[in-house]
Design a protein around this ligand. Structure first.
Ligand SMILES: *[C@@H]1O[C@H](CO)[C@@H](O)[C@H](O)[C@H]1NC(C)=O
Ligand SMILES: *[C@@H]1O[C@H](CO)[C@@H](O)[C@H](O)[C@H]1NC(C)=O
Ligand SMILES: *[C@@H]1O[C@H](CO)[C@@H](O)[C@H](O)[C@H]1NC(C)=O
Ligand SMILES: *[C@@H]1O[C@H](CO)[C@@H](O)[C@H](O)[C@H]1NC(C)=O
Ligand SMILES: *[C@@H]1O[C@H](CO)[C@@H](O)[C@H](O)[C@H]1NC(C)=O
Length: 872
């Protein structure tokens, strides 16, 4: 009862004012006594934040991190519900009632004042979703906790290290063991920073934030460079990121690689006069709201966010950051570092031995992150380091018998067993810190350009290297090559800044009317993936480029809609007009997921700088099982502007995973997305022998096996060979296909398929009660309570009437296919313990198709999860 006293409405105002005047420090959460929600407010739609909060019966806690109009709100739990989680929930009830009022069909009732007000408020709530913290899976990771004794300086102290140490006055006892700084055995394989130190470039004035499991600021090797003002603990909601758990060592070790002080303890960091901040998120339950805040924490002054974590590296997960987190990343890119953009550095992942690829991780395949994979001290590819077309560079880490030597938790403690791609990313972050200390004006895209430009080819004989259209080389394992600090920073010194970003996002290509109209729905249309694969093309013209103010291309992203009984069998390749091939998805033998790709976004940087004019071809193939259907794809180009003065600000859309999709992203965000996730420690997937196992440099990342019997090893030109055959088959002989699939698939397989699907979905619903689900299943249907699902469907059914003009685009967003509410009703029932699958998909599909044909923008409104698209 006492808690209720605090729920005075003016507390909201106070908090609002406090937010504006004080430096940001998130409130403590009290999940035991309160339910938390995130609310995205759309002030332009008419209702104030207080009005929305009042209607829902929630109090505004604080803005979510640095993201404007995104608010964390909460409501006190009823006492009875704390003891037994009853289904009674006033916020949900209020929201439902609001929706009901707004959606009431006008054909029965004249629109009332109530309805108008409800619709206004609903339009002002772009997004509403419960936030439930989750415990992270603590798996057995004995190999991490068995910290080996610190190494003593090598007996045969290498000349190079000692002379540099003497020259620069370095007396850190382990400096000579830091082979990634000076590598006596393989001098060509090191970060190559000492030349910069001699030039006085040591990272002064740059702050790097280690978003990790804490940072031991009491260790004398780190204390002097620790930046408390930009540190925070989102696990325990305290100001300092103190490592608490036994295995909270990872963040401290990563921090040491960047900012270990030049003193008489352990070794030195690559940017040993830069500052390091710690943001702790990996040591316990975390919500999307807190992760979003963490990625923007102190973003005006922090330059670099070093992130050595991500979805599980198990070769079967396919996970992307949710809408809120993506918003934070885009916010960081656009507004961080005085508008130059936060530099997000992500480790590529440690799951290569399970067939995992960084293009199945939405953090590493984001265009906004610099993805860093690992090479070992011999320059070889460690067997854990993940490959993909989104890999940008490699930096040094464990393998072939050596690990990274750095600071550790405990005063004066050092580690000589740090490794994995986790240790590669901070080495890259350290290099970026050095560069930004001399060129603070470099934008996030300048940093990426410099990576592409200055990375150096290693193991040139490795068959994984392939030529790019610009005459360079790219490797899925090494990206553009090893990051060489000296080359990078000296190039940065004379670098001319790139023009602002531009993009061209053609409409999605629907294959045989392929569609996915809401996140829970079936994908329809499409053609069966037959032996040899299915290809489809899109032609880029000069006009298109000019129309979109796009001069040249950097990143290419490709969304795909594919249904398949075994996702791991699917291969996706993209061929540029110049015959350059990007493998977007190679087979993953452990990935047995049967939901396919629901608008999943792949990314390639292999086409950086390439002339995009001409025909782009996607090829989707599988292991000849004929168990899949290719429904559609969407190609998106990102690059720089022709006319910088016409640059636009990108607005993150949320409906891109729907097929058909809109021409261009609207300035409407109707997010949808699950709320919380488990962030496994990167070391969890790291094999015990990550240090000892010998690396390799003689295998292509993606086996090199032809993806279909008829596929030539040489890239065919678009106009000849099997390619045009396949295209013709798709585009000219559609009826042959349809007939074939009717006979073969729908006659025999489809019944089985739908039956299996139903069984699966039934299973998914019945597992809703299970709180402790694995990350792979957190997105989509399996979530703590279907009720939350209803909440983020922020818009009730609204008939298409004259209000469009009157109330503007917001209302357009509020339209949604009618089937959705029917579906939600089903959810309601499952929430009460009787899992039930929606039984009238045909009716629903018809309805939706009808809606699409008539009022196409509606498809934007069926609030649906970006993450669902990526759902495992
Ligand atoms: C490393 O840096 C030095 C300058 O200190 C430079 O002369 C040398 O070429 C660099 N090494 C490589 C492999 O680029
Ligand atoms: C961030 O930098 C600005 C300007 O340099 C400064 O005024 C402000 O105090 C800094 N913030 C913190 C928390 O140090
Ligand atoms: C950068 O420019 C300066 C002066 O223009 C020149 O002396 C220097 O050699 C250049 N450095 C590089 C790496 O091109
Ligand atoms: C696709 O949809 C359009 C419009 O609804 C229709 O005219 C066309 O026949 C459809 N094509 C196929 C192959 O079903
Ligand atoms: C195709 O699906 C059937 C049944 O759904 C299954 O028995 C078969 O193993 C699958 N084939 C492949 C290659 O996955």
């Amino acid at each position: 009862m006492r808690l209720c006293l605090f729920h005075l409405p003016w507390l909201l105002l106070f908090l609002l004012v406090a937010e504006l005047t004080c430096s940001y420090s998130p409130e403590k959460r009290s999940y035991l006594t309160h339910d938390y929600f995130v609310l995205e407010h759309n002030p332009a739609a008419g209702a104030s934040l207080d009005e929305c909060a009042g209607e829902l019966g929630v109090e505004v806690e604080e803005q979510v991190g640095e993201i404007r109009n995104l608010w964390l709100v909460r409501s006190a739990k009823a006492m009875s519900r704390i003891r037994a989680r009853s289904t009674e929930d006033s916020v949900h009830t209020r929201y439902e009632s609001l929706r009901t009022r707004a959606a009431t069909s006008n054909s029965f009732w004249v629109r009332s004042h109530h309805q108008r007000s409800a619709r206004r408020i609903l339009s002002s709530i772009n997004y509403f979703e419960e936030q439930v913290p989750r415990r992270r899976n603590k798996r057995d990771d004995a190999h991490i906790q068995r910290a080996p004794p610190p190494t003593t300086p090598a007996d045969q102290t290498p000349d190079a290290s000692t002379s540099v140490a003497a020259h620069l006055g370095i007396s850190d006892p382990l400096f000579t063991s830091q082979w990634h700084i000076i590598n006596p055995d393989y001098p060509e394989h090191m970060m190559n920073v000492t030349g910069l130190w001699e030039m006085g470039i040591t990272g002064r004035g740059v702050i790097t934030s280690l978003v990790d499991d804490g940072l031991d600021y009491n260790n004398r090797d780190l204390a002097e460079n620790f930046d408390a003002a930009h540190s925070y603990d989102f696990n325990d909601h305290t100001d300092l990121p103190t490592p608490v758990l036994a295995d909270d060592r990872h963040g401290t070790r990563c921090a040491g690689q960047i900012g270990a002080v030049k003193n008489d303890v352990c070794g030195v960091g690559l940017a040993y006069e830069s500052k390091i901040a710690g943001v702790r998120i990996l040591s316990g339950p975390i919500t999307d709201v807190d992760e979003a805040a963490a990625l923007n924490y102190g973003f005006h002054n922090v330059s670099i966010y070093s992130c050595s974590w991500g979805p599980p590296d198990d070769g079967k997960s396919m996970e992307a950051p949710s809408y809120i987190i993506q918003k934070a990343v885009v916010n960081g890119i656009q507004n961080g570092r005085g508008g130059k953009g936060s530099i997000f550095v992500f480790a590529s992942g440690n799951g290569a031995m399970f067939g995992d690829q960084c293009n199945f991780d939405g953090y590493t395949n984001s265009i906004y992150s610099v993805t860093v994979a690992a090479v070992d001290y011999k320059g070889l590819h460690p067997y854990y380091s993940e490959a993909c077309a989104a890999n940008m560079v490699v930096a040094y880490s464990s393998g072939s018998g050596k690990s990274i030597v750095t600071s550790d938790v405990g005063d004066g403690k050092c580690s000589n067993s740090h490794g994995g791609t986790s240790a590669a990313a901070p080495n890259a972050a350290g290099v970026f810190a050095l560069a930004l200390s001399v060129r603070p004006d470099l934008s996030w895209r300048d940093i990426q350009h410099l990576c592409v430009r200055t990375a150096e080819k290693i193991n040139p004989e490795d068959p994984d290297w392939e030529r790019t259209a610009t005459g360079g080389s790219f490797s899925y394992k090494y990206g553009y090559g090893q990051l060489n600090a000296y080359a990078f920073v000296t190039a940065a010194q004379n670098w001319s800044l790139v023009k602002p970003q531009a993009w061209f996002h053609p409409s999605a290509i629907q294959i045989n009317n392929g569609s996915l109209l809401d996140e829970e729905g079936e994908m329809t249309g499409g053609v069966p993936i037959i032996r040899g694969g299915i290809s489809s093309t899109f032609t880029v013209t000069q006009e298109m480029m000019e129309q979109h103010n796009l001069e040249d291309i950097e990143h290419v992203t490709v969304r795909v809609w594919i249904s398949h009984t075994k996702r791991g069998d699917v291969e996706v390749e993209l061929f540029s007009p110049n015959g350059i091939r990007s493998v977007l998805a190679a087979p993953r033998s452990q990935d047995f997921d049967n939901t396919g790709f629901r608008g999943w976004r792949f990314m390639s940087i292999k086409h950086w700088g390439e002339n995009p004019l001409g025909q782009w071809t996607i090829k989707v193939s599988d292991q000849e099982g004929q168990n899949g259907t290719f429904h559609g794809w969407r190609l998106m180009f990102w690059g720089s502007t022709i006319d910088a003065s016409k640059a636009k600000t990108y607005v993150l859309p949320n409906d891109e995973h729907l097929l058909p999709s809109l021409e261009e992203p609207e300035s409407i965000d109707i997010p949808t997305s699950p709320i919380t996730k488990i962030l496994p420690k990167p070391t969890l997937g790291l094999p015990d022998d990550h240090e000892s196992a010998e690396g390799e440099a003689n295998r292509p990342a993606f086996s090199g096996k032809p993806t279909g019997s008829a596929i030539p090893t040489m890239t065919p030109t678009p106009d000849e060979g099997w390619f045009s055959d396949m295209s013709n088959l798709v585009y000219s002989s559609r009826w042959f296909f349809v007939a074939l699939s009717v006979v073969l698939l729908f006659g025999i397989g489809a019944g089985v398929f739908f039956w299996r699907r139903r069984v699966r979905r039934r299973a998914a619903y019945s597992s809703l009660a299970v709180e402790d689900v694995a990350m792979t299943s957190v997105t989509g249907t399996v979530r703590p309570g279907v009720r939350a699902k209803e909440l983020y469907d922020a818009f009730g059914e609204v008939s298409d009437d004259e209000d469009v003009d009157e109330e503007g685009p917001m209302l357009e967003a509020s339209r949604r296919p009618e089937i959705h509410s029917g579906f939600l009703d089903d959810d309601e029932e499952s929430a009460e313990g009787t899992p039930r699958y929606r039984d009238d998909p045909e009716a629903g599909d018809d309805e939706q198709r009808h809606l699409t044909a008539e009022v196409r923008p509606d498809s934007a409104g069926s609030g649906s999860s970006w993450d669902h698209a990526s759902q495992a």
